[in-house]
Design a protein around this ligand. Structure first.
Ligand SMILES: [Ca+2]
Ligand SMILES: [Ca+2]
Ligand SMILES: [Ca+2]
Length: 404
């Protein structure tokens, strides 16, 4: 276990005295670089739980370096599948799918594929996201995921350029649901409405799966207002707010550069700027390269914010396995560090969700639950965006207007 210490004082100005709870500090060597976990009060949450292997989080993304030193212990294994016999032993439609599936190459190899043309961001994306959710915590090396023990199910739909099809996204979500995941992380966004995706989100939610999606990033300007042009899947809430939409913030708790926002689709924020995370530990091109460090600093994008929320959802499911997705969402949203509206920029005022993720409060066991967590003033939902690299491809070019 990590070191159990008492915080000198609560860092928040919140009147919630529960923040004086003990904290757990892991011994991972790069812990000092993980400011974002301290910001969301992960050490307070870890005093309650550090996660369980019973909980599976599907990472529908680019390839994942499943042999990475800080990930290999927390990769899901399909126990019903015999590796390498070329057969679909569990008859789920996929042969040899031992650690998920690559829907791009239609193969069981979920690792990032070496290509000359590979974009570094696309190469690293799935590994970064996975490490933020569940890098092995307190193992003396690398970083700590916000969840130390959850298992990652890598489902690859993004190619070397960080793009993928909605068709594969739907297939990957179906795979995740059929294999009993508790959480699906979607650090990707597209701007074309697809009814098949909306239907799949409904089915996943009905099956008890918590769906977390990034709001996306605007590569050209300084973030899109999704109230003006919806992004998907983040805006596919349906009647029951089925998708936890996550925008990104920086070290000063301001909207991260380029992060999308908007009142309708953003539920909350989490840190998504200057993030230290794992990346693949082998080079992405064929040029002679010395060994690649398996960690890197300075990543930005809402793709990095969503996994922190997914990891907390997985922590909650670990100690409340009976909770419905709605209950998980409610706990996360009613315990956020609520926005001080004066601290927000005018353009995104009221459009960054209810506040920033607070893992410590979300996991506090004796927390009194508010009857109505919704803010009464302008502190309503806001939107933000996903990482640049993760754009779902446009099947058609129409841009759906805001209302749905
Ligand atoms: Ca199979
Ligand atoms: Ca570690
Ligand atoms: Ca939502």
């Amino acid at each position: 276990m990590g070191v159990l210490v008492q915080p000198a004082k609560a860092a928040s100005t919140s009147t919630d005295s529960l923040l004086s709870a003990p904290v757990v500090i892991p011994d991972d060597v790069f812990w000092d670089k993980q400011w974002y976990l301290r910001a969301v009060k992960a050490p307070e949450a870890w005093a309650v739980t550090t996660g369980t292997r019973d909980v599976i989080v599907a990472v529908i993304d680019g390839g994942v370096d499943i042999n990475h030193q800080d990930l290999r212990d927390n990769i899901w294994t399909n126990s019903k599948e015999i590796p390498g016999d070329g057969l679909d032993n569990d008859q789920d439609g996929y042969a040899d799918d031992v650690h998920g599936w690559n829907f791009v190459t239609n193969s069981p190899d979920v690792r990032p594929v070496r290509q000359d043309t590979q974009l570094e961001e696309a190469w690293s994306h799935g590994t970064i996201v996975s490490s933020l959710i569940a890098a092995k915590g307190n193992d003396g090396r690398g970083i700590s995921g916000i969840n130390w023990n959850a298992r990652i199910m890598p489902l690859v739909i993004l190619d070397a350029n960080g793009q993928g099809s909605v068709e594969n996204l739907v297939s990957a979500m179906r795979y995740a649901v059929n294999h009993g995941v508790e959480v699906i992380n979607l650090s990707l966004v597209g701007y074309d409405y697809e009814p098949e995706l909306e239907e799949m989100i409904k089915r996943a939610n009905d099956a008890g799966v918590v769906i977390v999606a990034a709001t996306g990033n605007d590569e050209i300007g300084d973030g899109l207002d999704l109230d003006l042009a919806e992004g998907y899947p983040v805006c596919l809430d349906g009647p029951d707010n089925r998708v936890l939409g996550v925008s990104g913030t920086d070290k000063n708790n301001r909207r991260a550069p380029g992060a999308n926002y908007g009142k309708n689709c953003t539920d909350l924020t989490a840190p998504g700027d200057n993030i230290f995370a794992a990346r693949p530990s082998y080079p992405h091109d064929t040029k002679p390269t010395s060994t690649v460090p398996g960690f890197h600093d300075g990543y930005s994008g809402t793709s990095l914010a969503a996994p922190l929320v997914s990891g907390v959802a997985a922590l909650l499911k670990g100690i409340h396995p009976e909770w419905t997705p709605k209950q998980v969402r409610q706990r996360i949203l009613e315990t956020v560090d609520v926005w001080d509206e004066h601290a927000q920029e005018p353009d995104s005022l009221g459009k960054l969700g209810i506040g920033r993720l607070d893992a410590g409060r979300a996991l506090a066991p004796d927390r009194v639950v508010a009857v109505n967590p919704k803010p009464t003033t302008s502190l309503t939902k806001a939107t933000k965006a996903v990482s640049k690299v993760v754009k779902a491809p446009a099947k058609n070019q129409k841009r759906k207007p805001t209302s749905k």
